[in-house]
Design a protein around this ligand. Structure first.
Ligand code: G6P
Length: 607
């Protein structure tokens, strides 16, 4: 996600802010900015693109020993200079940077516009700047303005704020998004991530949700959300810079696996308004959805597996035919299109050459296009007619995990929205679906808490050279994704099959101790998959089950990992997690660089 730095001390703020932002570059960003306070003067400098552009623009001397900085990964609005942080309120009294998502941005904008505030960017952050200014005008106190404004803001935030008339302090507020305050001698540092301030101090306060801080030069006072003073104790950071970049995890992949609940939650936040799906950001109205007669879902690699799952789910609950295809096949297949069809491109990067060409192919045939993309302003996002962004944040490990989960979340919402628009199920069922989708982040957390039990199993598999994965329906698409994960990062030959296909050839590869992993999450299908597993067991296979709690599989399989119960269509969000972890553990046990597997690229921009 975005990066935040802040500094209040006696040294020149510009250099410290820019160095801090440089140390956050590894997280990915598409624009950056700083604001420096010098008495009553606030200098704001912003640039789109690399940090180097910001440094060029800030080359001249800027006086001031207190300031804030930000690297932005676009979520609301394109990665332009206007949308870059810091943002200022229309009256110039508030300058701030923000990480997180303000969910009720539209309501706040409307309220503020009625009260005479104008907006110059497309960001949700500007609503926070103007809201704080509104309350600052009324109360004359930054702390009171904060407590009033925070009661009105829904969503997640780490806010770092300069108020006009308060040249010696920086205010911060946090809900969910990380924010730390580091103490030095007569200087104080603020950051979203430890690496930004590690060269200066190891004594830090970790802010908790609902807390506000008033940061001076070498001092800090904490308040609760009502403005009452609270005491906090600092801790010493013992990490080195390498592990700090990974939030204490050994690899980005493991860090990103653990970021999945947040990635799914943020993605759902973006499209759920007052208990309903709201795709207005993508200009997808209920009547557009209602008119769709068929979908073509297209992607590469893991994105294709999401598409395959989406195909099963949309046909199952919305009763609309879906054709799912690899982008590299689609573009040369001379596809046949009819009236009222929609082509859906799924891509984390939004730059994959095959997916981009497939999008152009669909457009050339006059077919409306929808992109499900993680990177705002990417080529696919720019060229598609409609865009539903995933809010996974930048993904650094080559093997996708959190973007995959965020894509699944968007696809479930799309399936439910389509089914609802088409009248494929009643309103009560619509609510049941939405309630269950919102429970997925918590259920993913429950799986992550049990991750250690997968280590022992991984140790067994790490010494083998082959693994089969089987499943039916959505369990088959999850098996395909699991096999891809294991192959790409552990270099073990892992092959996924539709469970019913084993007997049509593959079974000849089964010998004593060949591991066969069954994905068993579908109540109506798991007895069938289980009987396919028995067929291979009688030929010596070693059976592993990834099964929904309560399914009676223990008498058949040798090892089982249970995932929480959920509604049938949404089980892939849970069953994929142990498979990602298996891939990670096996890869690391084999001594491989799981973040950068050989021969693979994060974004493949050639055909
Ligand atoms: C590469 C990556 C895969 C990814 C695929 C599609 O092959 O290694 O992890 O699934 O590209 O990427 P996209 O950015 O379009 O989702």
């Amino acid at each position: 996600m975005c990066g935040i730095v802040g500094f209040a001390g006696k040294r020149n703020a510009k250099d410290i802010l820019l160095q801090g932002l440089q140390r956050l570059e590894y997280r990915g960003y598409d624009s950056a900015g700083i604001a420096i306070q010098n008495g009553e003067q606030t200098t704001v400098i912003k640039a789109s693109g690399r940090l180097q552009s910001l440094m060029e623009k800030a080359k001249h001397e800027i006086q001031g020993t207190l300031g804030i900085g930000h690297t932005r990964w676009a979520t609301h609005g394109k990665p332009t200079e206007e949308n870059a942080h810091p943002h200022q309120s229309a009256d110039g009294s508030v300058t701030l940077v923000h990480n997180g998502i303000i969910e009720n941005e539209r309501e706040l904008r409307a309220f503020l516009m009625q009260n005479g505030f104008s907006f110059s960017s497309e960001t949700d952050t500007e609503a926070a700047a103007n809201l704080l200014a509104y309350h600052y005008q009324k109360t004359g106190s930054p702390l009171k303005a904060l407590t009033e404004a925070l009661h009105m803001i829904h969503g997640s935030y780490a806010l770092v704020i300069l108020f006009k008339g308060c040249p010696d302090v920086i205010f911060t507020a946090k809900k969910e998004s990380p924010l730390i305050i580091g103490m030095g001698a007569e200087e104080t540092f603020i950051a979203s991530d430890v690496p930004a301030i590690l060269p200066y101090t190891r004594r830090i306060y970790d802010m908790e949700s609902g807390e506000i801080a008033e940061v001076g030069r070498g001092s800090v006072h904490f308040y609760d959300k009502n403005g009452d003073h609270i005491e906090k104790t600092p801790t010493e950071i013992t990490w080195n810079i390498d592990s700090a970049e990974k939030d204490g995890f050994d690899h980005f992949m493991m860090k990103e696996i653990h970021e999945q609940p947040k990635a799914v939650r943020n993605t759902l936040y973006a499209y759920l308004k007052n208990g309903n799906i709201d795709f207005s950001k993508a200009n997808l109205t209920e009547s557009t959805l209602k008119s769709i007669q068929k979908l073509h879902i297209i992607g590469c690699g893991s994105a294709y597996h999401v598409g395959m799952t989406a195909g099963y789910v949309i046909e199952d609950i919305a009763r609309i035919p879906v054709r799912v295809e690899y982008a590299s096949e689609f573009r040369y297949r001379h596809p046949v299109f009819g009236e009222h069809e929609l082509a859906v491109m799924i891509s984390q990067s939004g730059e994959t050459a095959d997916s981009l060409s497939a999008l152009r192919e669909a457009k050339a045939h006059g077919v409306p296009t929808l992109a499900i993309v993680n990177v705002v302003g990417s080529s696919i996002a720019r060229e598609a007619d409609h865009v539903l962004y995933t809010h996974a944040g930048p993904e650094i490990a080559v093997a996708t995990t959190k973007a995959y989960s965020a894509q699944l979340a968007v696809c479930y919402l799309l399936a439910v929205a389509l089914g609802h628009a088409k009248g494929a199920f009643c309103d009560a069922k619509y609510q049941v679906f939405l309630d269950e989708i919102q429970k997925l982040p918590e259920k993913i957390e429950q799986i992550l808490e049990k991750k250690d039990s997968l280590r022992v199993l991984s140790a067994h598999l790490a010494s083998l050279e082959t693994l089969f994965l089987i499943g039916r329906g959505v369990d088959f698409s999850t098996a395909l994704e699991g096999a891809l994960k294991i192959k790409e990062i552990s270099y073990i030959h892992a092959e996924a099959y539709a469970a019913g296909e084993l007997k049509h050839g593959t079974i000849s590869l089964i010998e004593k101790e060949t591991p066969v992993l069954g994905v068993l999450t579908q109540k109506n299908l798991f007895p069938k998959t289980l009987s396919n597993m028995r067929e291979v067991k009688s030929r010596g296979a070693y059976l592993i089950g990834i099964a929904t709690e309560g399914f009676d599989v223990e008498n058949t399989v040798d090892e089982v990992f249970y995932i929480p119960e959920t509604l049938r269509p949404f089980a892939p969000s849970l069953s994929v997690i142990p498979l990602q972890l298996l891939g990670y553990y096996i890869g690391t046990m084999r001594g491989l660089d799981v973040d950068k597997p050989r021969n693979l690229a994060k974004s493949v921009t050639v055909e």
